[in-house]
Ligand binder design. Structure first.
Ligand code: UDP
Length: 311
């Protein structure tokens, strides 16, 4: 198949590119390297089945090749990166999705959009099912991403209703694993890099907030299952690992992994930081037959090894 991946040089993107090339597909990666990295291409094998196009998704797409499937990932995804230029983030979410959707119509391609658990904001419902409409502060510092993704979701379903376009929407929860940027600013990359560099572990707030971490290999399987699902799915699907941890528990796991006591540095909690997050994945289990398999203890180990070789 000919597959286009927008944001293919980012963390999830490059893992997906690698998997699809290994499976024998022809892959075109579109990225403007705003948060994605050219260095990530060194992780994929040299092949004529891969092409990289430098393009800002806020501008219309013009690609001559036939395209069967589009995975639309392009957008800075870590709070550090998406808050650095919030107007760019909103434009990327909204204009980027419009451009991808119009292009999908031209090519008669199926399109999968990676939305986010951020559409649930600081949730009052726990765990979060897809039917929960969320609690987003629409004017806060996370709104560029949260509302941008919410608006993009609405565009996807409007294009389906109006043009009968084959659309799939995945809501990704916290994901980690090899090929993350060391300077991503996210909790797992920060904690592991700090532990490798003998720096204190920066805990924002009291460390009792929770997250549920999905290994990227599990996520990629979920994305592929969703894209290739023949059933018409008229709603987004949560993709994440339902095992929930406080950040202090995460520190414990890293300490056990490296058999060292880490020094902690407590810093103020960023504004609108969700207090808890855990996906309800019953839909993904039922419709896609998917659930994550990689335990955090095990996933942290290969992520640690990756960062050790990167730093
Ligand atoms: N966090 C932290 N220390 C760090 C980075 C993040 O305590 O060095 C916290 C952050 O405030 C949040 C959680 O870890 O409560 C997850 O943050 P991340 O940026 O990974 O993703 P989020 O789930 O907030 O989008």
């Amino acid at each position: 198949m000919n597959i286009l991946i927008t944001g293919g040089a980012g963390f999830v993107g490059i893992n997906l590119v690698k998997t699809l090339i290994d499976e024998g597909h022809s892959v075109i990666c579109l990225d403007n390297f705003h948060s994605g990295r050219k260095e990530n291409f060194s992780f994929i094998q040299e092949t004529s089945n891969f092409k990289s196009i430098t393009h800002d998704i806020r501008k219309p797409l013009d690609i001559s090749e036939n395209i069967d499937q589009i995975y639309h990932l392009a957008c800075p995804a870590s709070p550090k990166f998406y808050q650095a230029d919030p107007i760019y983030t909103t434009e990327t979410c909204v204009l980027g999705s419009l451009n991808v959707l119009n292009f999908a119509i031209k090519k008669n391609a199926s399109v999968l959009f990676t939305s986010t658990s951020e559409v649930y904001g600081d949730p009052e419902v726990h765990p979060q099912p897809e039917s929960y409409r969320g609690s987003v502060n629409s004017t806060g510092i996370r709104a560029c991403y949260d509302e941008g993704k919410r608006c993009a979701e609405s565009l996807f379903y409007d294009f389906h209703r109006i043009y009968n376009l084959d659309v799939k929407v995945a809501r990704l929860f916290n994901t980690y694993g090899p090929m993350m940027r060391p300077d991503d600013g996210r909790v797992i990359s920060n904690f592991i890099c700090q532990s490798i560099l003998n720096k204190p572990i920066t805990i924002y707030g009291d460390g009792l907030q929770t997250r549920s971490f999905c290994h990227v290999n599990d996520l990629i399987l979920g994305l592929k299952n969703l894209m290739n699902c023949n059933e018409e799915i008229s709603h987004p699907i949560n993709l994440g690992n339902p095992d929930e941890f406080t950040l202090l528990e995460l520190v414990d796991l890293i300490e056990k992994l490296i058999n060292t006591k880490l020094k902690l540095k407590f810093l103020p909690l960023p504004l609108d930081d969700p207090k808890m997050r855990k996906p309800d994945i019953s839909m993904a289990k039922k419709i896609l037959g998917w659930e994550p398999k990689i335990l955090l203890e095990k996933g942290l180990k290969d992520t640690y090894n990756y960062f050790q070789s990167e730093l």
